[in-house]
Ligand binder design. Structure first.
Ligand code: V47
Length: 370
C-alpha cells in the first residue's frame, strides 16, 4: 500500500505547494504565506488532496448532515451591506416582522425529526428586548427538545447597543431564555478597508470576534463564516482565516466553519459575477488546511448547489449542513438552488461521494447512521 505521503506526492504539479505538503503531512501549522500560496495556485487536485488527507484523518469517511430549518423573524435592518438583498430599511414596503405567535406556529408545524432551528434576523431598531427572549422561551415551550441556534454576533452587538446591556448580559439573558448555540453569520470579511467598502452600520471585525469570545466564555458554542467572491483579495481571505484560528486557539468554541459564496444576482450594490467551481472548492479546501483547530468544515449546498457541495466532501468538508427548508438570505439574493433538500437526497449525495451519511445534532452528537 502506498503511504498517504506518497499518494499526495503523486498529484502535486505546482512546486510551490511542496513545502506546504510537507507541513500538512507532518501535522504542522500553515502560515499566512502558505494560505496565500494555496489560493494563488491552480493545482486544485493537489490542494484538494491535501485537504482531504486532513479531513479523513479527523473524520474518516463520515459525511454529516442535520435535520434543520431556518426562521428569519424580521428582515428590517438598519445596516447597509452591499451584498445583502434580504434586508429592508425601516419603513420600506418589503419589510416584514413576524408576530411571535407566527414564529411559534412555524415551530409547531415542524415535523418531529427536525432538531435544529436556525433563527436570524435583520437589525430591527424598534423591537423590544422581550421580543428576543420571549421568542426563545416560546420556541422551547413548543418544542423543548429542539436545539435553538440563534442570532449572529452582529445581532448580539446590536442588542448590546440598542438595549444598553453589556455583551455578557445580552448573551447570559438569551442563554437563560433558551439559546443553545449561535450561527456564524455576519463575519463577512474582517479586513478593515474591504469591510468598510461594503458594510455600513454594523459590528466591525474586532466587535464580532469579541462577541464570539464572550459567547465561548459562557459555554455557548458557535460557528464561523466567511463571505467570499465579492471585492475581497486573497490576502483578505487568508487574514480572515488566521484571525478565526487565533480566537479558536484562545477559546476552542467554534464548531464549524462555513465558507459562504457570494450570491450576486439580486445584490443591491455589487454588480459582480458569481463564484466559480474552482474558487468554491478552494475556499473549502484552504479552510480545512488553515483552520487546523476548527473541528468541522461545511460544504453549504444552499450557496454552491448540491452537486458541487457533494464534491466538497472530497475537498476537505465533512458536513453538508442540512435539510434547511425555506432559506431566505441567499434566495432573496437570487440563489439558483432549491430552498430545501430531503434527508433522502442528502443521504444520496453523501453516499455517492463515498461517504457514510450520519445524521448529527448541531454540536455533532451522532443521532443516526443512515
Ligand atoms: O451573515 C448575505 C450572508 C449570512 C449574501 O452558522 C450572503 O450554521 C452570499 O451565516 N450572498 C447568513 N451570502 C448565512 C449564514 C449561515 C448559513 C448557514 C449556516 C450557518 C451556520 C450560517 O449570509 C450573512 C451574510 O454573510 N449573505 N447576503 C449574498 N448575497
Amino acid at each position: 500500500m502506498p503511504t498517504a505521503s506518497a499518494l499526495v506526492h503523486a498529484t502535486i504539479q505546482d512546486r510551490a505547494l511542496e513545502p506546504i505538503r510537507e507541513k500538512v503531512l507532518a501535522g504542522r501549522r500553515l502560515g499566512f504565506e502558505d494560505g496565500v500560496a494555496l489560493y494563488r495556485s491552480h493545482d486544485l487536485l493537489a490542494i484538494g488532496q491535501l485537504a482531504n488527507h486532513v479531513r479523513e484523518q479527523r473524520h474518516g469517511d463520515a459525511g454529516y448532515f442535520v435535520w434543520n430549518t431556518h426562521i428569519n423573524h424580521t428582515n428590517v435592518c438598519v445596516a447597509t451591506c452591499d451584498f445583502c438583498a434580504f434586508a429592508a430599511k425601516p419603513g420600506e414596503e418589503r419589510g416584514y416582522t413576524m408576530k411571535l405567535e407566527e414564529v411559534f406556529d412555524n415551530v409547531r408545524a415542524l415535523p418531529k425529526p427536525v432538531r435544529e432551528v436556525h433563527v436570524v434576523g435583520g437589525l430591527h431598531p424598534d423591537l423590544p428586548w422581550e421580543y428576543m427572549t420571549d421568542m426563545l422561551k416560546g420556541i422551547k415551550q413548543v418544542r423543548p427538545d429542539i436545539h435553538v441556534k440563534a442570532f449572529t454576533a452582529v445581532e448580539i452587538w446590536f442588542f448590546h447597543k440598542l438595549y444598553r446591556k453589556s455583551v455578557a448580559e445580552v448573551l447570559a439573558e438569551l442563554k437563560d431564555a433558551g439559546l443553545d448555540s449561535m450561527p456564524g453569520g455576519g463575519a463577512e470579511i474582517f479586513a478593515k478597508e474591504t469591510r468598510n467598502r461594503i458594510i455600513k452600520g454594523k459590528a466591525n471585525a474586532e466587535q464580532w470576534l469579541d462577541v464570539m469570545r464572550e459567547a465561548h466564555r459562557q459555554g455557548i458554542p458557535t460557528n464561523a463564516t466567511m463571505l467570499y467572491g465579492h471585492v475581497e483579495s486573497i490576502e483578505d481571505r487568508v487574514d480572515h482565516l488566521v484571525r478565526l484560528r487565533e480566537l479558536q486557539d484562545e477559546t476552542g468554541g467554534f464548531v464549524t466553519f462555513i465558507p459562504l459564496a457570494f450570491q450576486p444576482w439580486e445584490a443591491p450594490a455589487l454588480k459582480l459575477p458569481e463564484t466559480t467551481g474552482f474558487d468554491d472548492l478552494k475556499a473549502i479546501a484552504i479552510a480545512r488546511l488553515m483552520l487546523d483547530n476548527v473541528p468541522h468544515i461545511k460544504s453549504y449546498w444552499i450557496m454552491i448547489g448540491p452537486r458541487l457541495a457533494q464534491v466538497g466532501l472530497s475537498f476537505g468538508a465533512d458536513d453538508l449542513d442540512g435539510t434547511v427548508t425555506e432559506e431566505k438570505i441567499a434566495h432573496d439574493a437570487g440563489a439558483q438552488t432549491s430552498q430545501s433538500l430531503t434527508v433522502h437526497e442528502l443521504c444520496r449525495l453523501i453516499r455517492e461521494a463515498g461517504r457514510r451519511p450520519i445524521e448529527r445534532d448541531t454540536v455533532f452528537n451522532v443521532i443516526k447512521e443512515w
